[in-house]
Design a binder for this molecule. Structure first.
Ligand SMILES: Cc1cc2nc3c(=O)[nH]c(=O)nc-3n(C[C@H](O)[C@H](O)[C@H](O)COP(=O)(O)OP(=O)(O)OC[C@H]3O[C@@H](n4cnc5c(N)ncnc54)[C@H](O)[C@@H]3O)c2cc1C
Length: 383
């Protein structure tokens, strides 16, 4: 058996899961390289806890990516500049090399500049710095209008902005400011989490309504002007703006000719193979069309499960065995609702004719499970 070089691009949820599983499944003489321009990893879900001050500092959320080397994975802290999927070569700020297998896990890029005025006015919940700014501004907040703005679809973790609104409600009640504050969610979506179906959407809308949070669906923002949101058909004033910027595929995968008309990388829905031999893609960077015509949501649990499936496929090929357990489209998500509670959404997104999702009511137990979700991954991937 010849020694292989396996390159994983992107050390987020998908890349870390892929590299970790490869390191467990393959003999150590194979080279697993994990490339990322960042030095640290943190989960998006921790932004919500930073926002409310439940976590005070970024250090409480971040881990050094170099810790992956304890698994025998080589961490390459460089920017990916060019991918040639036909040759399986990658050019980075540090050099160029060829691989036997390439796994693309570069996530979704955020494009706040696409909405005029967004960058100047909105606090970006989807960046760790933005979450910290929200924490600071909330501490100084004495009441007024808080807007949670979803600018465009698709965006990662479809429940996250709703969780943000529910957590804000809980936080402001705790500070005795809720009576003096209006909270409104604005979104171009027809309901919360459309892919999860009508029932789940209605359950989330009910939670918002019960807490007096305004919900404005089918509102597509055109620009942010001072303290005003300008939509395609209305306007709304705000004092504090918490925003989800537009998402775009990383330019390097577009330039590599890997994307299709969806803008993202098309893959086989179970093996995560791209159209190029030995090249796989996982996580937010891919688009997978479901039976009902919608797309698999962009979420860490899927990126992780896809990465693990890809590692099993690659290891089976390298070791000349049959690959088992492909990606099955199943996933779950703990939804923070405030007051130390979380609901649990569980689903089979590959079900026919449409995803089958159930939502378990909020409980303290699910909140603890959410904390454990983060802890177990960080401990395993970055010990
Ligand atoms: C507020 C919030 C809450 C969330 N809550 C949940 C949750 O509860 N459950 C859940 O499952 N998901 C959640 N998510 C979504 C989850 O974070 C993403 O879906 C997940 O991170 C996707 O993993 P990925 O590996 O595809 O991409 P990412 O984790 O984004 O990783 C991509 C990596 O590629 C690197 N990269 C990109 N371009 C380059 C380049 N050119 N050169 C070098 N490196 C590059 C980036 O630095 C990054 O580290 C949440 C997200 C947010 C923002």
């Amino acid at each position: 058996m010849s020694v292989k070089t396996l390159t994983v691009l992107g050390a987020g949820f998908g890349g870390l899961a892929t590299a970790y599983e490869l390191s467990k499944l393959l003999p150590k003489n194979n080279r697993v390289l994990l490339v990322d321009r960042k030095r640290k990893f943190s989960m998006g879900l921790s932004h919500l806890w930073l926002m409310t001050g439940e976590r005070k500092t970024r250090e409480e959320c971040e881990r050094d990516l170099a810790a992956v080397e304890k698994h025998g994975v080589v961490f390459v802290n460089e920017e990916v500049l060019k991918i040639d999927p036909a040759k399986k070569t990658v050019k980075t700020t540090g050099g160029e090399w060829q691989s036997d297998y390439l796994v693309i896990a570069l996530g979704a890029a955020l494009a706040p500049a696409e909405i005029p005025g967004f960058q100047e006015s909105a606090l970006n919940l989807y960046e760790i710095e933005g979450a910290l700014q929200i924490q600071k501004q909330l501490q100084a907040f004495r009441g007024g209008r808080v807007a949670v703005l979803i600018t465009r679809t698709p965006f990662k973790c479809p429940p996250a902005p709703y969780e943000a609104a529910l957590l804000l409600d809980s936080y402001l009640r705790g500070r005795g400011l809720r009576e003096k504050t209006e909270i409104d969610v604005y979104t171009p979506e027809p309901q919360p989490m459309p892919v999860a179906g009508r029932e789940v959407g209605a359950a989330v809308e009910k939670m918002l309504a019960e807490r007096g949070i305004g919900y404005h669906k089918q509102h597509t923002v055109v620009r942010v002007e001072g303290h005003k949101l300008v939509f395609d058909k209305a306007e709304a004033a705000y004092d504090l703006l918490i925003g989800v910027p537009p998402h775009r595929p990383p330019q390097v995968v577009v330039d590599a000719g890997l994307t299709d008309s969806t803008g993202w990388i098309p893959v086989d829905s179970r093996s995560m193979r791209t159209g190029f031999e030995g090249v796989f893609a996982v996580g937010d960077v891919v688009s997978i069309r479901l039976e009902n015509g919608m797309y698999l949501p962009k979420a860490g649990v899927f990126a992780e499960a896809q990465g693990a499936a890809v590692a099993r496929i690659i290891a089976a090929e390298v070791l000349d065995m049959d690959a088992r357990e492909l990606f099955d489209g199943k996933g779950y998500c703990f939804l923070d609702v405030g007051d130390g509670m979380a609901a649990l959404g569980t689903g089979d997104f590959y079900a026919s004719p449409a995803p089958r999702i159930t939502l378990e009511p909020p409980s303290q137990r699910h909140r603890i499970e959410k904390l454990n979700f983060e802890k177990t991954r960080l401990q395993a991937w970055l010990p």
